[in-house]
Design a protein around this ligand. Structure first.
Ligand code: NAD
Ligand code: ZN
Length: 358
């Protein structure tokens, strides 16, 4: 464990003091405040946080939008994308060694519902979110249940390790359907769409076409290995299909924008019988052309989170076999500079924005 300064501020007399980035409902932005080092319960693990990534969810909480107000029991330490080292373990925990590099699955499952009991934890009826429902990882220390800890590959880069949560969203969606030899359309070049492009390419897709309306992100998509990056505000996917000698449409589509217009693009540009995986979260319900779904016999699958822990296993395999997702990281800030980090992400000309705690 790192050395702490004993502190008498805020009433924490003689307790080791560390930092946590907390959302207060009645305040703009976030507060980096002094807190005591949390104590793990019998079945919990205390992790010293090293590197964190800022996710769209964190931005919703930062902006305190309607979803955040209805969902987050603030004050709340936010954040769920992180890497760190084992600091200590509870009395019922074995198998972890102090100092090991770990991360954690951010969905804490109930362990009692039908799906949990059957081992389908990603389908838990009552999941809680780290940094949403329970105190999160934008802090010097975070506590997670022992069943959520993921031990990383020995030589993993701490920044790459910190991305395993969104990387897992990308891998879960990208590998839901076979992509080897297929023409794949990815709508949305946010951090997850960008990582999905790299995964799909690595997994042997013939063409990996990524759409967005943001030139900076489309440029990054090419750096991640896309065959073609398409600005749908100015270019047509029909034309791009012709350029790529595609005859009947994309075989697989990954929706990673949450924008209804992207779903329209997918329905208009996929082959009959195409496989479509939906990760992007729309801000409100929207209509789609169900006749196309029916006449073209499309398969549509919603994706949430990561499979525990098959997606995590596949992430290791992808990294070990040479997949490089590092170009997705475009900005790095120390934790004290959190306000700058969040306003940079708000401007959207970013890939993944990192907050460093060490
Ligand atoms: P992001 O918001 O950073 O990226 C979305 C991208 O879509 C942006 O670059 C935006 O410019 C682009 N876009 C907007 N309109 C478009 C259009 N018409 N066509 C193509 N692209 C368009 O998000 P992210 O962090 O990469 O996450 C991707 C999506 O997945 C978001 O909707 C997010 O809420 C969602 N998400 C889902 C899960 C899950 O478990 N299902 C987990 C994390 C994130
Ligand atoms: Zn459950």
């Amino acid at each position: 464990m790192v050395a702490h300064t004993a502190c008498v501020r805020d009433g924490y007399r003689d307790q080791p003091i560390v930092r946590a980035l907390v959302k207060y409902p009645d305040e703009q932005g976030l507060r980096l405040e002094d807190v005591p080092v949390p104590e793990p319960g019998p079945d919990e693990v205390l992790i010293e946080v090293h590197t964190t990534g800022i996710c769209g969810t964190d931005l919703h909480i930062y902006e305190w939008d309607d979803w955040a107000q209805a969902t987050v029991p603030a004050p709340m330490t936010i954040g769920h994308e992180f890497s760190g080292h084992i600091a200590s373990v509870g009395s019922n925990v074995s198998g972890f060694v102090e100092g090991e590099v770990v991360g954690a699955e951010g969905h804490v499952v109930c362990a009692h519902c039908r799906n949990c009991l059957a081992g389908r934890r990603h389908l838990c009826q009552h999941p809680r979110g780290l940094g949403v429902d329970i105190p999160g990882a934008f802090a010097d220390y975070v506590i997670v249940p022992k069943t959520n800890v993921w031990r990383h590959l020995d030589d993993i880069d701490m920044e790459i390790a910190a991305l395993f949560d969104p990387f897992g969203n990308a891998v879960h969606t990208a590998l839901k359907y076979p992509v080897f030899g297929e023409d794949v359309l990815i709508t949305g070049a946010g951090p997850i769409g960008l990582m999905a492009a790299a995964v799909v390419k690595h997994a042997g897709a013939r063409n990996t076409v990524v759409t967005d309306v943001n030139a900076y992100r489309l440029d990054l998509a090419m750096r991640m290995g896309a065959t073609r990056a398409v600005n749908v505000a100015t270019e047509s996917l029909e034309q791009v299909q012709k350029e790529l000698d595609m005859l009947e449409g994309f075989d697989v589509a990954l929706e990673m924008s949450g924008n209804p217009a992207a779903m329209t693009d997918i329905l208009a540009n996929t082959i009959h019988g195409a496989n479509i995986a939906l990760l992007g979260i729309p801000s409100e319900p929207y209509p789609i052309d169900w006749s196309t779904v029916i006449f073209n016999m499309l398969n549509i699958k919603g994706i949430y989170g990561r499979e525990m822990y098959d997606t995590w296993y596949k992430m290791n395999v992808l990294i070990e076999s040479g997949l490089d997702i590092s170009p997705v990281i475009t900005h790095r800030f120390p934790a004290e500079d959190h306000a700058n980090a969040f306003s940079t992400l708000q401007r959207a000309d970013t890939g993944k924005v990192i907050l460093n705690w060490r």
